[in-house]
Design a protein around this ligand. Structure first.
Ligand SMILES: [Fe+2]
Length: 348
């Protein structure tokens, strides 16, 4: 039996939608073309936060609130296309955190995994699961899901780092838990560098078995990663889009160090004109060394050390280097690859 439809039955349809709406039902055909789309069309926008502009405001915030009262004194890097959503891309959060001399950001743990990438200052530490690490600019540090962590600054200068968290991913699954420690600062039960000695020398403790998807190495010092890039640059030509680019690795699995976030460090030679590139993992970049230009989606941003910029999913971007540049970056690539979603494209 084929249905015979009345012409111009809009009023009839509307009455039907209103009727089924009372029982939490809705017609897919009214929204289908907006949710199953030909290619990614992110509401996120390409953007650059200039260190010269942001740094004084971060320091100003120290006069407004203490690290202890704030729990974490952070300015959120909120994507201009996602205002009010506390995120830099659709799936990841980023912020700039400040800890002043003498301050402690109290211990807590949560489901969200966090990365720290140190931007400026010396003398502050992060403690993860009983091991304290004094952070230097360019160091990449992981706070694995559900591990107690606190930050402190017994030094004499302000210390600022970028945080990257999988807040929106954990929220998508409604799997958030948080616990505040009864002590402000964790008792340290290990010496600094213990995890680096065990896991950071292309060796593992004999019979080591990993029980999580997060790297047992939680501190990746900048000097080692920088040296590796410099050595590689002497022996091979740079990739046309990325220059010399390394991904940080979980030594126990060979995979990314965090289950939800991939991290990278790349070196661009002076005069580099990167080939057009795009991928489905929206990527946030933090400049460590050098100046250049980030072109993305019809926008063009000049970058300098400590600037942070973001390339949304599937928008074409290019990196140009006026000087030799080193750039850290992170994205949700491990999640997309686990779900067979990740794609990339280079344009000649
Ligand atoms: Fe935290």
């Amino acid at each position: 039996m084929s249905a015979v439809l009345k012409p111009n039955n809009q009023a009839e349809r509307k009455a039907f939608y209103d009727k089924i709406d009372t029982r939490s039902l809705s017609p897919l055909w009214e929204v289908l073309h907006g949710i199953i789309i030909k290619e990614p069309k992110s509401p996120a926008l390409p953007y650059l936060w200039s260190w010269a502009q942001v740094r004084p405001w971060i320091l100003e915030s120290a006069g407004l609130i203490t690290a202890e009262e704030a729990e974490r004194r952070v300015l959120v890097l909120e994507n201009p296309g996602l205002r009010g959503k506390t995120r830099i891309t659709n799936s990841l959060y980023a912020g700039l955190q400040l800890i002043m001399p003498g301050e402690v950001a109290p211990a807590h743990r949560h489901s969200q995994s966090a990365l720290r990438f140190v931007v400026e200052g010396h003398g502050a530490y992060t403690a993860v699961d009983g091991e304290r690490v004094f952070m230097e600019p360019g160091d990449f540090i992981i706070t694995p899901s559900w591990t107690f962590h606190d930050h402190g600054n017994p030094g004499s200068e302000p210390v600022i780092w970028m945080d990257g968290l999988d807040v929106a991913i954990v929220e998508l699954f409604d799997a958030q838990f948080l616990e505040r420690s009864e002590v402000k600062s964790q008792q340290t039960s290990k010496t600094q560098g213990e995890s680096l000695a065990r896991f950071g020398n292309t060796m593992l403790p004999v019979n080591y078995k990993t029980s999580t998807h997060t790297s047992p190495l939680f501190w990746y010092p900048y000097n080692r990663s920088r040296e590796a890039l410099a050595a590689i640059a002497k022996s091979e030509t740079p990739h046309a889009s990325h220059g010399w680019k390394l991904q940080y690795v979980n030594p126990a699995t060979g995979g990314f160090p965090m289950p939800t976030i991939a991290t990278f460090l790349q070196l661009l030679p002076k005069g580099f004109r990167g080939r057009d590139y795009r991928s489905t993992d929206a990527t946030s970049f933090c400049v460590v060394e050098g100046r250049g230009t980030f072109k993305c989606g019809g926008h063009e941003f000049k970058f300098a050390p400590n600037d942070i910029f973001v390339a949304p999913s599937w928008l074409h971007y290019q990196l140009h280097a006026d000087e030799e540049c080193v750039i850290f970056s992170f994205s949700d690539r491990p999640v997309q690859q686990a779900l067979d979603l990740w794609r990339e494209q280079e344009t000649a």
